[in-house]
Design a protein. Structure first.
Length: 227
């Protein structure tokens, strides 16, 4: 499981990257969304989203080695959250920032990360609304909180927005546990990231004039191949 020192290291690395990369609280919500998503999302796909590597001209990483170091820390964090949900669901706590001045809990940034994970498989999430019971209630609630966090609340009654905003810190962990339990009952359980191929390990020799796999947009010989 991820110890505090490695978590602090991950938080420091994320803050040092540019604004395209998620911060730790946002990444925590994103990972929770991946873990309860009705369909598996390949690591290469979601890692690119988490670090803003979806078509831009440059990468947030300087080298493949740096990308793999960050990937290793993120994979440990992912597995830590998964283990908590599987073995000690009563202990699961989303990473919500707390205002030290008044003790207010800010869940919106976490929810933005969760919503980004929902966007990856929107159709599959919509199907959960037909499951019924706590699964449908959790899904509908998370859809509404995503809209509130993204300030897309034009179709929500103001009193409902106020209620959900007030109760979100209590409701979110309950909903995540319910959806994770539902996900585990599906034929294909959530796998550890240790069992999945790393996206930055090339399966063949990279040509010097090919695009660098770190996502920088440069030729390999002008980027990681020059190191």
């Amino acid at each position: 499981m991820l110890d505090q020192s490695r978590r602090d290291q991950l938080e420091h690395i994320l803050l040092a990257l540019d604004d395209r990369a998620m911060v730790l609280e946002e990444l925590d919500g994103f990972i929770a969304g991946l873990l309860v998503c009705p369909e598996p999302v390949p690591i290469g796909e979601w890692f690119a989203v988490a670090f803003g590597m979806t078509g831009g001209p440059t990468s947030v990483f300087d080298t493949i080695d740096q990308a793999n170091r960050v990937l290793g820390l993120v994979a440990n964090y992912y597995d830590d959250v998964a283990l908590t949900l599987a073995r000690q669901p009563e202990s699961y706590r989303p990473l919500f920032p707390i205002d030290e001045r008044n003790g207010d809990v800010s869940w919106e940034l976490w929810m933005e990360g969760f919503a980004a994970a929902m966007d990856l498989r929107r159709g599959a999430w919509t199907k959960l609304l037909d499951v019924g019971g706590e699964v449908t209630a959790a899904t509908a609630g998370l859809f509404m909180l995503a809209d509130i966090a993204r300030e897309n609340r034009h179709e929500l009654p103001e009193d409902e927005v106020a209620r959900l905003t007030r109760q979100a810190p209590r409701l979110i962990p309950q909903w995540i546990v319910a959806l994770y339990r539902h996900r585990l009952n599906k034929p294909e359980p959530v796998r550890s990231l240790a069992d999945q191929p790393a996206p930055f390990v090339p399966g063949r020799k990279i040509g010097r004039n090919e695009p660098c796999p770190c996502g920088s947009g440069k030729k390999y010989k002008r980027c990681c191949g020059a190191n």
